[in-house]
Design a protein around this ligand. Sequence first.
Ligand SMILES: Cc1ncc(COP(=O)(O)O)c(C=O)c1O
Length: 498
Amino acid sequence: MGLKRVWQGVLKGAEKAAQRIPAVQKRLEAEYAQVEQMVRSKMRPKLESLPDFPQLPEQGVPREQILSWLQQLREQETPPWKQGRVSGTVYHGGEEHSAFLSQVYALHAQSNPLHADLFPSTIKFEAEIVRMTASLLHAPATDDPTQQVVGTTTSGGTESILLAMKTYRDWAHAEKGITEPEVVAPETAHPAFDKAAHLFCIKLIRTPVGDDFKANLEAMHKAITRQTIALVGSAPGYPHGVIDPIPQIAQLAKQYGIGMHVDACLGGFILPFIEMAGYPVTPWDFRVDGVTSISVDPHKYGYTPKGLSVVLYRGRNLRRYQYFTATEWQGGLYASPTLPGSRPGALSVAGWAAMVSIGKQGYLECARQIMETAKQIRKGIEQMPELKLMGEPLFLIAFTSAQEQLNIYQVLDQLAARGWRLNALQRPPGVHFAVTIRHAQPGVAEAFLSDLRDAVDYVKAHPDEKGEMAPIYGMANSLPFRGVIDEVLRRYLDALYD
Ligand SMILES: Cc1ncc(COP(=O)(O)O)c(C=O)c1O
């Protein structure tokens, strides 16, 4: 047993013992109540005329009434992202684009690609989303089935990652006899890999990253065992927007005859255009020998409606391990390519329409504007001596405090008080801003930098002020007892549904 595991065991034991002490229990309940209160006060629609529906109304509510509620809610909820005050989240959000997608969606609202015979057009659109995406990611033009890049559409980045991991598990079991599969991923890789490991009984080995937040190759190499089925790299990782050394990781994977998954959920639809715009980009796509699968999300920088991702494999054989079939069911023969059964065909149609209507030149122009804005924000942050950048940013800018006494989470809270929604990072503490086309609107970058300056000054002048997220993230960063943090998160989820 490694030292780390022994230490984790000791901590868990200490945590359980501590939780039996009444004073500790009382204190924890107070912390949990604070989270629940935050959800209740912040994450409930504020519309007096909208009643709660704990059960079905006896008589249906008139459609005009429902539309009126929804319109009012939309007006309440739209301004922060529309004005470019939110990191990532709504990646396009242009009015004409959104109206067009809604029009397309309405045309296919009833379609379900599970029934390919009834909805053949949605099948064409799904297949073309996969092909257009593969081509963008430099899939080789070849008749060799072992080199052809194939894939499927999925409901989002998480599903694409889940499927890739399940595929490697089943491939390694069938072709290499591996029964206790392991995957090696840098600690910056998305939690969807933990979810996959949890669901599919894979052991996920997290390896450290360097000071530049890139995967540490030596650590990854050391973590490979006879049970390893795949290595993971991100292009870029969500926390710091940094691209891992994909060519070197892929080389390692090739050397051991295992899979190499690139998580390009965030970057897959913008990095190709950043490269076309002339910026240097670490190679990460199918041009890299040894890369065997990629997850990429059109529903982020591909500007499609939410609910669309693509998982791609090098080699037709690999994709077959993703499929599910049932031959003995009394309800008939059953085959599905991804996790769900029924799928919303309208999402694929609207996704296809988004991609075809924007085209290469449209994506290129967006990437240019995003990079210009990101450069401006990066420069502004570099000029603030209290802050420092984390890693080498492209379109996602992570930063932290350059001075011990400045709490970056208090800065985050102060930005929130000024109407900005950025994302908190932990271990080490930080904040990130995923720049989108919404931030390229005139004046947004300037307003952000000015509010950031004010937020930093405010925190310097009020270092002891308790904010909203600062105490929670402060606790999450410093507390060795992870079970408490886990309980906070579960209470948060409970509160969302209560
Ligand atoms: C790098 C990366 N991978 C995976 C995901 C998961 O994507 P989704 O939220 O669509 O499931 C994200 C989401 O932000 C991401 O940034």
